[in-house]
Design a protein around this ligand. Structure first.
Ligand SMILES: [Zn+2]
Length: 331
């Protein structure tokens, strides 16, 4: 059984397409330039805190909360289940951003549809991409998949060590913006990086027991390339990467064959993508004599709801790692 071509077109809409649509400017130049505002020092804060800090995603907000401690009230614009590639700010969001003392965002074109708003905002206040330090140092861990047409893969937070590298950069930017409390920001960043190092070690331990042939992460979205590289898994996104519908069918066939051959026990649906394609794949594997089930839901681009534990970055990563270790037959 094949799914209809128009269904494929709809399913391809998530990450890559949204990212490329959200981009502006010439695709052949200045690919990696993303610093929107001048140095935060130019908009230096003087006086009392707490600072009003606005962040785009939950994971950026969680990072900044850990760095700023009691010196800031940090708000995330995008709540649980919100797709940052597709997020368009409402007038009330723009108003809130204008009222912020400083704004932090992921960068690497993750927030494609809010880029223009951030750019305008950067003319009059400090606006910081937490990944700018990685870009400035041309960090070799940054991935540039061919389907992103020369742009970096923005999903860096799924590699805990790489995300931890963004912490120091964000802390330095905050220290420049609010020098009176710079020592606190640097100390908090150091303590948070220590926590992240422990989290990273925990991830490695939990994933270690998955047998080699099963270390294959099949998801409906292509958000987990950094995760897979960091934790020694292969990854296949169910969405075809070609713009040709014909090639997408071939891709789905190849995924099915790989799952059956390697007896991969689980595939994963994510909080911000449609499970339809995954269900299709399960049926086809079953027809080929291999029983594959849907693993627990992964958090791809947004964090979990309040009370889930995954409303915190560390909880979100732990939930993903536990789901993957469970689903693929680890301990
Ligand atoms: Zn994404």
């Amino acid at each position: 059984m094949h799914i209809a071509v128009d269904q494929w077109r709809r399913l391809k809409s998530a990450c890559v397409v949204a990212m490329l649509v959200g981009l502006t400017g010439c695709p052949n130049s200045e690919h990696h330039k993303q610093a929107i505002s001048a140095s935060p020092a130019e908009f230096r804060h003087t006086g009392d805190t707490p600072l009003a800090v606005f962040c785009t995603t939950g994971q950026v907000a969680d990072m900044v909360r850990n760095i700023a401690g009691p010196h800031a009230e940090v708000v995330a614009l995008m709540g649980p289940g919100i797709d940052p590639h597709q997020f368009r700010p409402k007038p009330s969001d723009v108003l809130r951003l204008r009222q912020a003392d400083i704004v932090f965002y992921n960068g690497l074109h993750l927030e494609g549809r809010i880029a223009e708003t951030l750019e305008k905002l950067g003319e009059r206040k400090a606006v910081v991409a937490v990944t700018d330090g990685l870009v400035a140092s041309d960090d070799p861990r940054l991935l540039k998949p061919t389907e992103f047409e020369g742009y970096y893969d923005p999903h860096v937070w799924h590699d805990v060590e790489l995300w931890s590298s963004c912490v120091d950069y964000a802390a330095e930017q905050l220290a420049e913006f609010d020098p009176e409390r710079a020592d606190d920001y640097r100390a908090n960043a150091k303590a948070y990086r220590q926590q992240l190092a422990e989290l990273d070690a925990e991830c490695r331990t939990m994933l270690k027991s998955i047998p080699k042939e099963r270390r294959l992460l099949v998801t409906a979205h292509d958000a987990f390339c950094y995760f897979s590289k960091a934790y020694d898994l292969e990854t296949i996104g169910l969405k075809g990467i070609s713009t040709e519908d014909e090639a997408d069918f071939e891709h789905l066939d190849e995924v099915r064959r790989t799952i059956v051959e390697r007896k991969v026990p689980a595939v994963f649906v994510e909080s911000s993508t449609s499970p339809r394609l995954v269900n299709q794949l399960i049926e086809e594997c079953r027809a080929a004599g291999h029983e594959v089930h849907i693993g627990d839901e992964l958090y791809s681009d947004a964090m979990g709801p309040a009370g889930s534990g995954a409303e915190y970055y560390s909880g979100m990563i732990r939930a993903n790692v536990a789901a993957i270790a469970d689903g693929l037959g680890g301990d």
